[in-house]
Ligand binder design. Structure first.
Ligand code: GLN
Length: 251
């Protein structure tokens, strides 16, 4: 069986290159000899219900509103069915916000209903959170992983009691309300960092795959996890620790 990694609405939620998350998930399965393919669906097409991991990325305010409208229609039903079947959804930034109960965008007071997959609410703040993020994420199996990324959002997110915070923030803003970034509920993980997230954080990529598959993955062959990879990851830590987060500076 070929594992399906489903990128939802690349044309709307692709501005930050978050589709890279899908390529990483498929590649890390293929490196282990497990067949995998990336499938991209656009508004007007039904979301397939047989995905292993679904991905929503970041986007502009207008694109976020268009995406939630399209996904609220019947063409989005495949996502809910897929999650009920045990698939996992990784939702980044605009994608994270639109999974919640509601959100606002821009200077607009209008409250948009979200998909209701996460017990979160997002409201526009007085400044944007722009800059590097360093955090420690906890997955549902209790495993923790250090995360680096880049955030750029004007919405700040409050979690309700059904959602669990995902990552404790060391550098950056994240949700901006609780010292955490992101939320987990059911089979959905929402988070703010781009980068894209998974090329920068391969442990998290494997954690997501193991969560979706319900089993441990084999360690990757040595020629794949090479010195270059370690050097790049070390560089990201260096950048994060030496770049002041603009939102922090203006506090
Ligand atoms: N439009 C949202 C915000 O500014 C999400 C932005 C993004 O996806 N980077 O909060």
């Amino acid at each position: 069986m070929t594992h399906k990694i489903v990128i939802i609405y690349q044309s709307l939620l692709g501005i930050y290159g978050d589709a890279g998350n899908g390529k990483v998930l498929a590649k890390r399965l293929q490196w282990r000899g497990e067949p995998a393919e990336v499938v991209t669906v656009e508004p007007g097409q039904p979301v397939p219900s047989d995905g292993l991991v679904y991905l929503l990325g970041g986007g502009e305010d207008w694109a976020q509103v268009a995406a939630v409208k399209a996904l609220s229609a019947t063409e989005g039903d495949g996502l809910r069915t897929g999650l009920d079947r045990g698939a996992v959804l990784l939702a980044v930034c605009a994608g994270y916000q639109l999974c919640g109960r509601s959100f606002t965008v821009g200077d607009d007071e209008l409250v948009h209903p979200g998909l209701g997959l996460l017990d979160i609410e997002t409201r526009r703040g007085n400044e944007r959170a722009v800059g590097e993020v360093l955090s420690t994420g906890t997955l549902p199996d209790g495993s923790t992983t250090t995360i680096t990324g880049f955030e750029n959002h004007g919405g700040f997110t409050t979690l309700g009691s059904d959602a669990t915070p995902f990552a404790r923030i060391e550098i950056g803003v994240g949700n901006g309300t609780d010292g955490f970034d992101g939320a987990i509920q059911g089979r959905v993980l929402g988070t703010y960092p781009h980068g894209p997230l998974l090329p920068r954080n391969p442990e998290l990529a494997d954690g997501l795959l193991e969560w979706a598959l319900g089993r441990k993955l084999e360690a990757l062959p040595k020629q794949v996890v090479n010195a270059e990879h370690e050097t790049l990851r070390a560089q990201r830590f260096q950048v994060v620790r030496t770049t002041k987060n603009r939102a922090e500076q203006t506090r």
